[in-house]
Each structure stands twice: as C-alpha cells, then as structure tokens.
Write a protein that binds this ligand. Structure first.
Ligand code: UD1
Ligand code: UDP
Length: 380
C-alpha cells in the first residue's frame, strides 16, 4: 500500500514549515510525495527552497506584482484543480493560513480529495486580525479531514468549533523542526555571512535590534506608526544597530523605505535567506515583529520579543514572559523597547528559552499520523 501525498505551499513561511515535513515524507516507507508550489511568492520562496535544498515537482509560478487576494485566488483555484486532476493524490497537505492554503483546501474539497491541515487550530477569534489569515485558517479547518495542531490550546479551539477529537493530532509546530535544524547546521558548520553581505559589517560588540513587519491590517497608519517609533529609537540609541529585512510587498517597501531610509544605524536590507535570518535572530539582542512564525522562533532561541500587533493567535508564547504584545502605538513601542535597552534586570527576565510550540520532532509525528489515517481510510 502506498499513500500518495500532494503537498501544496506558496509563500515563504509555508515553505519553511513544510520543508522539514517534506524531508521526512520523502523517505517515509509507504508514502509517495508530490510537492507543488503555487508560486504565490517568487524570490522569497526560492530563498527557502535553496536553503533546504527542497525540490518541487510542480511550480505553478502564479505571483504577479501587487496581486490582489481575489485575482490570486481565482488563478489558484483553476490551476490547482488541473494539478489535482493530473496527480490524483489520496490526500492534499496544506499549511497555515495564506490564500494558497485556503484555496488549495477548497480545490481539493471540490474534488472530494482528503485534506490534511498542518498548523491547524490557531485562532485570535477576530476575523479581521490578522486579516485575512484568521478567516483562511478557520475556513481551512472546516474543510480539513485531519488537523495537525501545534498545541493543546489549538486542539481545544478546533474542538470548540465542532471538529472530532479523533481527527486532531497535537504534533508541535514544524517551524521548530526547521529552526533547530538550521541553527545546529549554522553552528556546526561555523557559518558566517559572506564578506560582501551587509550583515558582515555588523560589529559583534554592538547590540542589534531585529525588526520584521508585513501584516495587511498594519498597512497605512500601522506601518507609519511603527516606522515613527523606530526612527525615534534609532535617534535615541545611536550605538544600537537596527536591522530590518524589508518584505517585498510594495505596500511595505513604500512606507518603510520612505520613512526610515537614510538613518545611519537603521539597516534596511532585502528579505534574508533562512540561514541569514536565523543567524540574525541568534545574534539579535531583541526582536520586534508582526510575523506569525517569528513569534514561535524568537522565544525558542531565547530572544526577548515585542509583537507589533494588538492580538495574537499564539497565546502560548505569552505565558513564558519572554514575549509581549505592544501593538502599533508609537509611544508604547518606544517605551517597551527602551525598557529592554536600558534596564538590564527587565532584559534578563525576558532573555531565556521558552518553546511551547514544539521540540523539533513535529514532522515525524505528522508522518506517523498520516500513515495511521491511510490504514483506516484505505480499508473503509
Ligand atoms: C502573504 C500571506 C501572509 C503571509 C505572508 C508571508 C496571504 C493573503 N498573505 O502575504 O499570510 O504572512 O505572505 O510573507 O496569503 N512579492 C514579491 N516577491 C516575493 C513575494 C512577494 O515581489 O517573493 C510582492 C509582490 O508584489 C506580491 C506582493 O508582494 O504581489 C504581495 O504578496 P502576497 O503573497 O499576495 O502577500 P504577502 O503580503 O506577501
Ligand atoms: N524569515 C526569513 N527571512 C526574512 C524574514 C523572515 O527567512 O528576512 C523567516 C522567519 O524566520 C520565519 C518566516 O520567515 O520562519 C516568517 O515569515 P513571514 O514573517 O513572512 O510570514 P508569517 O510567519 O507572518 O506568516
């Protein structure tokens, strides 16, 4: 008996979190894996595929500059339908909460193909924050047959929404598999950024604040406020290096480069390949982000984290005391960052490893559960 699994992803975070699972499934007895990239992202996705040496069997190459949600969704629906018709998988695996994730699930549902949802059950309870991700993951959960939840809390969210206990497996999040693998690889190989990389110029003795931000609900005023706070901090702490790999979305590039370009200690760099970014997180004194994945990675590396959002779908990270929600109010961002830069005691309290999202073995647990599912599904 062989289980034909079609894995679908399209953006940077999906690929980072599916890469360890693809590695495991490729060699798992009884599994035939077909990897499909929708190409919702282009350059940022290629960086991930290169970092994990992950080959794809099909690349739909769908990204267009400044794509709209509906424009992308309609392309995805048509192209994935044709892909499923050709590949004829027993199950489609999707990840998380992007437009790719939800539409890949919908297209599979329309063809009556089983769906496994990796990183299932994260919720804020607010459909507009993060937008549109909260809707994407909730709708994917409605369609999925198997739910791979990172934590007990995520499982409880699914149970509250009526999913059957037997269809939910708590596995941890595969992002921790990816992170630990990459960190160990960097440490054991003595990896350093190349001499011509902007990262090589960051003096080891200077404190480094790492920033990322790209959420749609922060577009406009939210981004302006975040940039205003960063400019103020950069002026107040000239000896601190602020490193901001700027997401390629034109809605992010515009305000960030416009408002922060030209400040001597603010380094606006291109999106970093995963090894570079893990190196940066490991090297950082503290991290500011509105990213989903970085909320799990930073505490797992023991880095204090300020989250530039009003709500989080990852409440477990708040329990360790190493992560704080600060939103986008500039005065609050400045005050919370200054506290960590000025007060050694406050910093020490947040500077420790806390990893409620996994132990680095989520992918194996998912593979085992898939095979158990296949044994019952194929005999029914
Ligand atoms: C998408 C996801 C978001 C996820 C984020 C991860 C949706 C609705 N949003 O948001 O959940 O957190 O990815 O980064 O699925 N671009 C490039 N090159 C790239 C990638 C993007 O030029 O490699 C530019 C293009 O102009 C593209 C735009 O960014 O049209 C927006 O990309 P899109 O995937 O639609 O949205 P993201 O904001 O990246
Ligand atoms: N990341 C990266 N390079 C960067 C910024 C982030 O490789 O320049 C990684 C980061 O470590 C995390 C993932 O990208 O694993 C998060 O992606 P993103 O913030 O784009 O999306 P989200 O997690 O918010 O959906």
């Amino acid at each position: 008996m062989s289980l034909k699994v079609q894995m679908v992803f399209g953006t940077r975070p999906e690929a980072i979190k599916m890469a360890p699972l693809a590695r495991v499934l490729k060699h798992w007895p009884g599994v035939e894996l077909f990897v499909c990239s929708t190409g919702q992202h282009r350059e940022m996705l290629r960086q991930v595929l290169a970092a994990f040496e992950l080959g794809v069997d099909e690349d739909l190459d769908l990204m267009t500059q400044g794509q709209t949600l509906n424009g992308l969704a309609q392309q995805l629906l048509l192209r994935l339908d044709a892909s499923y018709a050709r590949v004829q998988p027993d199950i489609v695996l999707v990840h998380g909460d992007t437009t790719t994730s939800f539409v890949a699930a919908l297209a599979a549902f329309h063809r009556q193909i089983a769906i496994g949802h990796v990183e299932a059950g994260l919720r804020t309870g607010n459909l507009r924050a993060p937008w549109p991700e909260e809707a994407n993951r909730t709708l994917t959960g409605v369609l999925a047959d198997l739910h791979f939840a990172p934590t007990d809390k995520a499982r409880d969210n699914l149970l509250r929404e009526g999913r059957a206990p037997a269809d939910i497996e708590v596995t941890g999040n595969t992002v921790i598999d990816a992170l630990l693998w990459m960190r160990d690889h960097l440490r054991s190989s003595g990896w350093q950024p190349a001499a011509d990389s902007p990262l090589a110029a960051l003096a080891a003795e200077q404190r480094l604040v790492l920033i990322t931000g790209h959420r749609r609900e922060n577009f406009g005023q939210g981004f302006e406020q975040i940039c205003q706070a960063l400019a103020e901090l950069a002026g107040r702490y000239p000896e601190v290096q602020f490193v901001y790999p700027v997401h390629l979305n034109p809605q992010v590039q515009g305000p960030v480069r416009g408002l922060l370009g030209g400040l001597a200690n603010v380094h606006l760099v291109a999106p970093q390949g995963y090894p570079h970014f893990v190196w940066l997180m490991d090297r950082a004194y503290l991290i500011l982000t509105d990213s989903g994945g970085v909320q799990e990675e930073a505490p797992a590396l023991g880095k204090p984290l300020l989250v530039l959002r009003e709500v989080t779908e990852r409440p477990s990270v708040l329990e360790g005391g190493t992560v704080r929600l600060v939103g986008t109010d500039p005065a609050r961002i400045v005050a919370q960052t200054a506290r960590l830069l000025d007060d050694a005691e406050a910093y020490r309290a947040m500077n420790r490893v806390f990893s409620p999202y996994g132990d680095g073995h989520a992918s194996e647990k998912i593979a085992q559960r898939l095979l158990r599912w296949a044994a019952t599904a194929k005999t029914e």
